[in-house]
Design a protein around this ligand. Structure first.
Ligand code: AMP
Ligand code: MG
Length: 420
């Protein structure tokens, strides 16, 4: 085997991220399925949700108090005659047409009666028998949401491609949806490679390492509502590796870990090249995660079926590298395969607690602890032994982002932080 088929292409972080985003944008949405409303929480919406009625369907009181004609309160205190009480759910009966000088007690969520253009909060009133004395004026429209002000019947409330969070589920419930069309979960094959790697249930030999990457990736995939498929560990031997990679390419996305560095037994790229892979990059100027590989392999389609391809990522085997590169590169592709519009990376800023010294040339994403809140957010690196130090990462709750041109960042500087 020769590695001549793989032109090395090492990109900056921003270039690599851009390449991934471009490919993600070109992916077709997956199949749809209809599921019960609550089951759809966390899934990606595949249909538009429309308002089936005006929101609100009647002029809705937003306070407990008295429905009034605001002009009756021009002089204060005002005395109005109480002609009724309107509870939430009360029929919008025209019997309660307010005349000037009249008022009706009204509850939050009840329909304001014709003739009323505002609600005075109960706190500014004193009822004496049939008369209520009002001590504060209101502007027309105050404490009433007009019919259709939130959405007109037929308006689109939710768009396909959003992840259904609690607020979106609430909107769908309000629009009378008991079921929602969502996109099918993408199947993501996870393939760990390495002669030294054993599964967690196997007692490891003195120089063997337990497979943690398959599990961190599968957990990531599951949290992103994908369906992980953990394949058996591939040895650093081309035949079995080829078999398992071929199996993984049957899924919607293949995530490999290990075997992408410069070592003599790092065979992942060669085997992928043999299988006809197209490589978009074979490294990014980041730490951890420099040897990350991104590409795709055309999938043989049956006659008359348009050819498709499966994207793959070859992630470095170091466990922290695997986690970071999932965040930086895999997530947008996985989101697009889920039918979602991929989210942009969002960086917070926090004050650095203690000085960082490093080398220039790589953009760094280093495990760190963020504490404090509001204007007091502070961050500091977790002491670690490099990108194999999984225990350090478990103590961290974010990554400090260091630009490639910085050698020293003094304590007290506000720096970018990436939340996983
Ligand atoms: P590699 O990228 O194959 O050179 O591996 C880099 C480092 O990550 C080595 O120390 C491996 O033992 C370790 N490693 C590779 N794969 C895994 C895995 N699946 N789980 C835990 N550690 C791994
Ligand atoms: Mg290896």
């Amino acid at each position: 085997m020769s590695s001549a088929a793989i032109p090395p292409s090492i990109l900056t972080f921003e270039q690599a991220r851009h390449v991934v985003e471009q490919h993600a944008a070109g992916l077709r949405p997956p199949a749809k399925e209809s599921i019960e409303l609550l089951e759809a929480a966390g899934r990606v919406l595949a249909e538009p949700v429309m308002a089936d009625r005006d929101f609100p369907p009647f002029p809705r009181a937003t306070r407990d108090g008295y429905a009034v004609c605001s002009a009756d309160l021009a002089r204060l205190p005002a005395k109005l005659k109480v002609v009724g009480e309107i509870r939430a759910g009360a029929a919008q009966s025209s019997a309660l047409q307010l005349q000037r000088g009249q008022t009706a007690a009204i509850m939050t969520g009840a329909p304001a009666p014709p003739g009323a253009d505002a609600v005075v909060m109960v706190e500014y009133t004193a009822a004496r028998g049939e008369i209520v004395e009002i001590s504060r004026g209101v502007a027309a429209g105050e404490n009433i949401v007009p019919t259709g002000a939130e959405a007109r019947r037929g308006a689109q409330l939710l768009s396909p491609g959003i992840r259904l969070d609690h607020a979106a589920i609430a909107v769908a419930a309000s629009a009378g949806k008991t079921h929602l069309e969502v996109y099918a979960k993408p199947r993501v094959a996870v393939l760990a490679t390495g002669d030294e790697i054993v599964e967690p249930h196997v007692p490891p030999g003195p120089t063997q390492i337990r497979n943690s990457n398959s599990y961190s990736l599968a957990a990531h995939v599951r949290a992103a509502e994908g369906e992980p498929i953990i394949l058996p560990i591939a040895p650093d031997e081309p035949n079995r590796l080829r078999e398992l990679i071929s199996e993984g390419l049957e899924a919607d996305l293949l995530l490999l870990t290990g075997g992408v560095s410069m070592g003599k037994h790092d065979l992942v790229e060669e085997v992928l090249a043999e299988l006809g892979a197209e490589f978009f990059f074979t490294g990014a100027l980041i730490q951890p995660g420099r040897p990350t590989v991104f590409g795709r392999v055309a999938r043989s389609a049956g006659e008359g079926i348009p050819a498709t391809s499966t994207y793959f990522f070859g992630l470095p085997g170091n466990p922290v590298s695997t986690m970071v590169t999932f965040e930086l590169f895999v997530r947008p592709v996985l989101e697009a395969l889920s039918g979602m519009t991929p989210r942009k990376l969002v960086f917070l800023h926090a004050k650095l607690k203690s000085e960082i010294k490093t080398k220039t040339g790589l953009k760094r994403f280093l495990p760190a602890v963020l504490t404090g809140e509001f204007e007091q957010a502070e961050v500091e690196l977790v002491p670690w032994q490099g990108s194999g130090d999984i225990a350090a990462t478990a103590r961290a709750n974010c990554y400090i982002v260091i630009p490639p041109d910085r050698e020293r960042i003094p304590a007290g500087e506000w720096i970018a932080v990436l939340l996983p």
